[in-house]
Ligand binder design. Structure first.
Ligand SMILES: Cc1cc2nc3c(=O)[nH]c(=O)nc-3n(C[C@H](O)[C@H](O)[C@H](O)COP(=O)(O)OP(=O)(O)OC[C@H]3O[C@@H](n4cnc5c(N)ncnc54)[C@H](O)[C@@H]3O)c2cc1C
Length: 492
């Protein structure tokens, strides 16, 4: 049995902890904040509940398999409902409600563009193949060496996975209607790069969206994190909250101890699931750093976010649980984020109103709004600017909804770059880690195992396979497996 320290209680850290504790190891998680969940924390204010980060529950199979592996089901911890419609997209000239049923999705496609349903069927069939191969063979590899992919099945698959084509080129070849193009392009925005820079492999996200569906754990996304926390406790994991790790001690080629707010702690292995850049440049001694400043500066970051949590003392008809405001020019906003790195003039934004389907998250007759506007990572913020954007966003919502509600806002909190840095030690205030571009995929991501220090590992959204709840959870599992291999070698 080994002792294992883990930095961070986000989904990647808790997934790694559960795997390792379940195989008999002593695991302790150090978390700087007062509760679990990392970017998936929740908060309560003035009778409203808000999920502070993730709001889309996609790929339910991935979470279910995780809990099944540990003798549980997600239904032991929460009730999961499929949303129908999955979401509403507002355009300048109309809207689309994304139905849960494939037949109904196809009907919307045909209505907007004759012949497009046939393209969609073929596109999703290929996307299903990519999802199945991608999620079983590709993302689960530790990605420490190209040799891992020298397996005929994966090699031949890689060609079919279309790594070298962009998803935009595939969508644009098959679809002319601008609204349908936006609908099909939206899921890859989760991956943090423009569709023109995202490999066609990631149409697997369209399969996740349209075939596997959008789900909601009653009570909020916080139920998912609570489930991880409870399962971790059941397996014997110890948590130290408000116990920020300040430095990592190395002797020769070995990790020896960490120093946290509560003192010095020795472990056989360490996993850092805190933002990789923070561990590499702040926690590790200079001689153990793996990546230079130039390396970090040259990384393409996924967007940051300007977020508003609003309480509204009235109902807001016309909004669903998930709402995408694509009533502005997508290319212009994308260029502001990825090419020009400046505040957008006319942004797209997303509104989650979980009170539309869940009475428990707002007082009766009220709504809880989570509004997210993607921005370039690292932008300087100021209060006046944030207020201007809030004004612009509310104005656009009022125009699309056809009524005013700004006078009914009775709670407002913003969360932006500086908050991501102070709350999570986020590099450049990023919300979603590194962009999933071809040159930042698999072995080209920051390594999950330290190059020289044999008992030091990493997990989380800045490492392989990348951002999003399912990938971050999988990164924790990958790292746990590497440690299990080490411990089984030494016990032989
Ligand atoms: C606004 C937003 C919306 C999102 N929406 C979705 C969505 O709808 N669906 C989806 O699947 N994904 C979504 N994501 C992405 C998803 O939330 C993340 O990819 C995932 O939660 C990352 O988990 P993690 O474990 O890698 O990191 P984190 O959750 O950031 O966990 C790292 C933890 O390390 C702690 N830490 C840092 N430094 C130290 C230190 N020195 N000592 C101790 N602890 C430390 C931090 O406090 C944090 O708790 C969203 C993310 C954001 C920010």
């Amino acid at each position: 049995m080994a002792s294992i320290g883990i930095i961070g209680s986000g989904i990647s850290g808790m997934a790694a902890a559960i795997e390792l504790a379940a195989s008999g190891h002593q695991v302790r998680i150090f978390e700087k904040n007062s509760g679990f969940g990392g970017r998936g924390r929740s908060m309560k204010a003035e009778g409203y509940s808000f999920d502070m980060g993730p709001s889309w529950y996609w790929m339910p199979d991935v979470f279910e398999q995780f809990f099944n592996k540990h003798g549980r089901s997600t239904s032991d911890y929460f009730t999961l409902d499929r949303l129908d419609p999955s979401y509403r997209i507002f355009f300048k000239d109309g809207l689309i409600d994304a139905p849960a049923e494939m037949k109904e999705i196809e009907a919307v496609f045909e209505e907007k563009e004759a012949g497009s349903a046939a393209f969609l069927r073929k596109f999703l069939k290929e996307a299903q193949y990519k999802y199945e191969v991608g999620m079983s063979d590709f993302v689960t590899k530790p990605s420490l060496s190209l040799l891992e992919f020298m397996d005929l099945r994966i090699l031949s698959s890689l060609f079919r996975l279309e790594m070298l084509k962009s998803i935009e080129s595939v969508i644009h070849q098959g679809i002319k209607n601008e609204q349908l193009r936006s609908w099909l392009s939206f899921p890859v925005l989760f991956l943090g790069a423009k569709p023109s820079d995202t490999p066609a492999l990631y149409s697997l996200m369209n399969y996740a969206d349209m075939e596997l569906g959008t789900w909601y754990p009653k009570g909020g996304m916080t139920r998912l994190f609570e489930a991880f926390y409870k399962l971790a406790l059941e397996k014997g994991v110890k948590f130290s909250f408000e116990d920020a790790v300040e430095s990592i001690g190395i002797s020769g080629k070995k990790f020896t101890h960490l120093v946290s707010a509560s003192g010095t702690h020795k472990f056989d292995f360490l996993i850092s699931s805190a933002d990789y850049h923070h561990t590499d440049t702040v926690l590790l001694p200079v001689e153990a750093r793996q990546y230079s400043d130039a390396y970090w500066e040259s990384r393409k970051m996924a967007p940051g976010s300007l977020i508003f949590y609003l309480g509204v003392r009235r109902k807001l008809p016309g909004l669903l649980h998930h709402n995408l405001f694509f009533d502005a020019d997508f290319q212009e906003h994308a260029a502001d984020i990825y090419d020009l790195h400046r505040w957008p003039e006319d942004p797209l934004f997303y509104v989650c109103m979980s009170s539309a389907t869940d009475d428990s998250v707002a007082p009766a007759g009220h709504e809880n709004l989570f509004i997210l506007m993607p921005i370039a990572a690292g932008l300087k913020e100021d209060e006046a600017l944030k207020n201007q954007y809030l004004d612009l966003i509310i104005g656009r919502m009022e125009t699309r909804l056809g009524y005013s509600f700004r006078e009914d806002i009775d709670y407002c909190r913003s969360f932006c770059t500086e908050d991501f840095i102070s709350e999570y030690h986020s590099f450049k205030g990023n919300a979603y880690g590194l962009a999933n571009t071809l040159d930042q995929t698999a072995i080209l991501k920051p390594r999950v195992r330290h190059k020289k220090i044999s008992n030091l590992f990493f997990a989380g959204q800045l490492s392989h396979p990348g951002p999003g709840l399912p990938p971050s959870m999988i990164s924790g599992q990958i790292t746990a497996r590497l440690i299990q291999k080490e411990t089984s070698k030494s016990s032989k």
